[in-house]
Design a protein around this ligand. Structure first.
Ligand SMILES: NC(=O)c1ccc[n+]([C@@H]2O[C@H](COP(=O)([O-])OP(=O)(O)OC[C@H]3O[C@@H](n4cnc5c(N)ncnc54)[C@H](OP(=O)(O)O)[C@@H]3O)[C@@H](O)[C@H]2O)c1
Length: 335
């Protein structure tokens, strides 16, 4: 496996005007939400992983108010309290609503359901996030989903107010279309767009990522490891922990999984050829999609974090990239 040197991660900027960050960040969602829900939480290890990420130069730390809800921001707030805060580029999200603890990734909600982009909701939410995160400002405040019931200009205007008030340094969108990015940008600069991108989810390559690249907007791929599948750790439905939300996803159903194993198998073979792990190759492919790309792989495991950090040093040849580009589309929808 390709190793990584402490503090040696390559850096980039969060969009044209944003702060410097390591080219790979850390997604914290799985530390309290969505995955492995049947297993007891180990907050001390999760906090150690966040500190480890900062030490490795993975400075973009990504959370959201709806993860838990609220438990994820609370955990990240505990981890960053005190001297660690200034080392992080702290990103959270608003705009998906849950009034009860849940295990599902909210991205699977049907259009309209669970979304709230009302300006007064955005205005009150930032204060709760800052309290839980134990900080006076977040570096990036992201609209988790555009609410079709509210004109985006109104939602985005309230996000911009958070910047004017010094509560957020920059604002970003998640799973937005090019049209939505343009509409928001006309009100206040869009610093980043966070959408799913991985070897088995490539829709963003058609237009959103090229648009971001051209406009100097950072593109933050979420689930860049295919929710863990591309690392090769799941070979059967029964490998998924009880109460894990992936048990409800089409691509992880046994019949689809059997087909999709060919994708993970090929990634593993290419990893063998380049002297890296499958997770590292999956991340290196995402990084190769553009200079604006800053993936936020999720882990709560020190060993996996170290492995993911090492992906920044993996060089894929043109031939490797061609082979990875040619992988078949997966069986099953993403939600
Ligand atoms: N904007 C949105 O709508 C949205 C939606 C989903 C996610 N996100 C963000 O994106 C982040 C990442 O996405 P994700 O967590 O869904 O998926 P992911 O990063 O593709 O995969 C995470 C899964 O892979 C496992 N894993 C990580 N590194 C590994 C390695 N080197 N070897 C083997 N397994 C490994 C993790 O388990 P361990 O914990 O055991 O390592 C976890 O089960 C989230 O944390 C969240 O911040 C945003």
């Amino acid at each position: 496996m390709t190793g990584t040197k402490l503090d040696a991660m390559r850096t980039t900027t969060l969009g044209a005007e944003g702060p410097g960050v390591g080219v790979i960040g850390l997604g914290c969602m799985g530390m309290t939400f969505s995955y492995d829900m049947g297993t007891p939480r180990d907050d001390a290890t999760s906090i150690a992983v966040i500190h480890q990420a900062l030490g490795l130069g993975m400075t973009l730390i990504d959370t959201a108010d709806v993860y838990g809800p609220f438990t994820n921001e609370e955990l990240v707030g505990r981890a960053l309290a005190g001297r660690h805060r200034d080392r992080a580029v702290l990103a959270t999200k608003v705009g998906l609503v849950s009034d009860s603890p849940q295990t599902a990734d909210p991205g699977d909600s049907s259009p309209g359901a669970g979304r709230c982009g009302r300006p007064e909701y955005i205005r009150q939410s930032i204060d709760g996030s800052l309290r839980r995160l134990r900080t006076g400002h977040v570096d990036l405040y992201q609209l988790h989903r555009v609410d079709p019931q509210v004109p985006l200009e109104e939602t985005w205007g309230a996000m911009a107010e958070a910047v004017a008030a010094g509560k957020a340094r920059h604002i970003g969108l998640s799973e937005a279309t090019v049209e939505e990015i343009k509409r928001a940008h006309a009100v206040h600069p869009v610093t980043s767009v966070q959408s799913e991108l991985s070897l088995w989810t490539r829709e963003a390559l058609a237009d959103v990522l090229p648009y971001c690249q051209k406009q100097g907007i950072a593109f933050l791929p979420f689930s860049p490891l295919g929710r863990g599948f591309l690392t090769g750790r799941f070979s059967s439905f029964d490998d998924l922990p009880q109460k894990d939300f992936r048990r409800g996803l089409p691509r992880f159903q046994q019949a689809a999984l059997r087909v999709n194993l060919a994708i993970a198998g090929r990634v593993r073979e290419i990893a063998g050829q380049v002297g890296a792990t499958a997770a590292q190759v999956a991340l290196a492919w995402v990084l190769a999609q553009g200079r604006c790309v800053i993936p936020v792989p999720g882990t709560k495991t020190p060993r996996n974090l170290l492995e993911n950090a090492g992906a920044a040093d993996v060089e894929l040849s043109a031939a490797d990239l061609t082979e990875l580009d040619a992988l078949p589309a997966p069986e099953g929808a993403r939600y």
